[in-house]
Design a binder for this molecule. Structure first.
Ligand code: BGC
Length: 250
């Protein structure tokens, strides 16, 4: 089987590793570099080159991006350098690495990994993966099929972008206690549930490691709410899955 590489481009770090797609796990220990600031396309491309060249990899590369991605083009950049808007990111990474590159929204990548190898395994119906980090990312699945770029972190909550109130970064920025932050997350989940009626909500992002601090504080609801299982590796694994799917489609 071709080896596939996954890269997760985040606000603080850019990390990557070859992925074992059968197990849905990293095939080697990941390599991480700090995200350059400003995270302009040129500087991010250079950092990605450093991550991939750390390994002796030949073959497809999948990359996550924290914004809307349509046909390899990055369309929005809420929490990254605005220079990314309208860029042919797949072309840019592919040329720089001289390897076939696929770019996918970060939450969509995490969602693919969770649905195949994690907390959403074999779940049918409407499943929502929400990642709480610098922003709030969303991935919506219907019978296992992804509806990409749902961007539900930008739903309006109390007159603001929801992610400005309820992301993990908002908890840190406003120095909120776990119960205070859980109340905001609860309100957000209530809104998402009213709009989409998911049967399962998977909570991902770095903060999902600390799920015992806030998941028990949430209101009982129609949807089952569970923590993500792949944690830190979900983005890398999901990016590699997207690259593999693109390679098979060619
Ligand atoms: C972006 C999404 C992204 C999320 C998590 C939001 O601000 O608009 O595309 O998935 O942050 O990084």
């Amino acid at each position: 089987m071709t080896k596939v590489f996954g890269v997760d481009i985040g606000g603080s770090g850019i990390k990557g590793a070859p992925v074992d797609l059968e197990r849905g796990a990293l095939a080697q220990e990941r390599h991480k570099v700090l995200t350059p600031h400003p995270a302009s396309p040129e500087s991010v491309v250079a950092a990605v080159q450093e991550v991939v060249r750390h390994f002796d990899h030949q073959g497809p590369v999948g990359l996550t991006f924290p914004g809307v991605v349509v046909d390899g083009h990055t369309r929005t950049a809420a929490n990254v350098d605005k220079g990314w808007i309208g860029v042919d990111a797949a072309g840019l990474f592919g040329d720089a690495l001289d390897l076939p590159a696929t770019v996918i929204n970060d939450a969509d990548a995490a969602g693919l990994a969770e649905l195949t190898h994690g907390a959403g395994q074999a779940h049918r119906g409407v499943v929502m993966v929400l990642t709480f980090g610098t922003g709030i990312g969303s991935a919506l699945f219907v019978d296992g099929t992804l509806v990409p770029n749902t961007e539900l972190g930008h739903l309006e909550l109390r007159g603001k972008d929801a992610e400005h109130r309820a992301s993990s970064a908002a908890r840190e920025r406003h120095d909120l206690s776990w119960p205070d932050w859980a109340e905001r997350v609860d309100e957000y989940l209530g809104m998402v549930e009213r709009l989409f009626s998911p049967q399962l909500i998977i909570i991902g992002g770095g903060v999902s490691r600390k799920h015992e601090k806030f998941l028990p504080l949430l209101t009982e609801r129609g949807a089952e709410v569970v923590p993500a299982r792949l944690r830190n590796d979900a983005g890398i694994v999901g990016a590699a899955m997207a690259a593999q799917a693109a390679a098979e489609a060619h």
